[in-house]
Design a protein around this ligand. Structure first.
Ligand SMILES: Cc1cc2nc3c(=O)[nH]c(=O)nc-3n(C[C@H](O)[C@H](O)[C@H](O)COP(=O)(O)O)c2cc1C
Length: 196
């Protein structure tokens, strides 16, 4: 049985973070983790979602992926979140779920677990760093052990995002795919050390 239980909660409107989460899950499995791919529940009004063909199609495509639950957060000993930026901050869909975690946080159920995050933006300086930093602030409150990719591998010098991988403009470049796999693998390795 694997010592690392990784939950990968992601939010996406147009599909980028769904792809990122799938790449990460494959790499985490290769690194020996047991994984749960989960999506944050969509909270935008139905008429807003249905007003955009791409948003509606993406949501339909993900119907078979379970929504992230409190049980997932307790089960896991490692978290890898993937979220697009919203005005340089995290999407409200993710915040809505995070805001329900108070009772687990109070009981220490989120503490001492490995935590890492990825994001995406439409523009290079559109908030990749602030989005990840905002998320890492909550992770600090939980008492998780943050595992950023840093510049700990050659691939990180190509992507230049030590906080977490952050593709820009809806296009995930090959180097970013490699870096996502690297971030997931490093998280699994660190989580295994924590669990030892
Ligand atoms: C309400 C809203 C706010 C956004 N704010 C920003 C922003 O501040 N900076 C930016 O670069 N992109 C911004 N975006 C673009 C998204 O971050 C981008 O479309 C996203 O990375 C795509 O990820 P997805 O395909 O997983 O949905 C915004 C998009 C929406 C809908």
């Amino acid at each position: 049985m694997s010592t690392v239980k990784l939950v990968i909660p992601f939010y996406t409107t147009y599909g980028t973070n769904h792809q990122m989460a799938l790449i990460a899950e494959e790499a985490a499995k290769e690194a020996g983790a047991e994984t749960r791919l989960r999506r944050f529940a969509e909270t935008a009004p139905e008429e807003v979602v249905n007003g955009q063909d791409a948003w509606k199609a993406q949501l339909e495509k993900m119907q078979d992926i379970p929504e992230v639950s409190h049980d997932d957060m307790v089960w896991a000993n490692a978290y890898l979140l993937s979220l697009p930026t919203r005005y340089g901050n995290i999407p409200s869909q993710a915040a809505a779920f995070i805001d329900t975690l108070g009772p687990l946080w109070q009981k220490g159920e989120l503490a001492n677990k490995a935590f890492s995050a990825m994001t995406s933006t439409s523009t290079m300086h559109g908030g990749r760093e602030t989005t990840l930093q905002a998320l890492y602030v909550s992770a600090m409150h939980w008492g998780t052990v943050i595992v950023p990719p840093g510049y700990t591998d050659e691939i990180m010098f190509e992507t230049g995002m030590p906080y977490g991988i952050a593709p820009t403009g809806g296009d995930i470049k090959d180097a970013e795919k490699q870096a996502i796999a690297y971030q997931a693998k490093r998280l699994v390795e660190m989580a295994a050390k924590l669990a030892a």
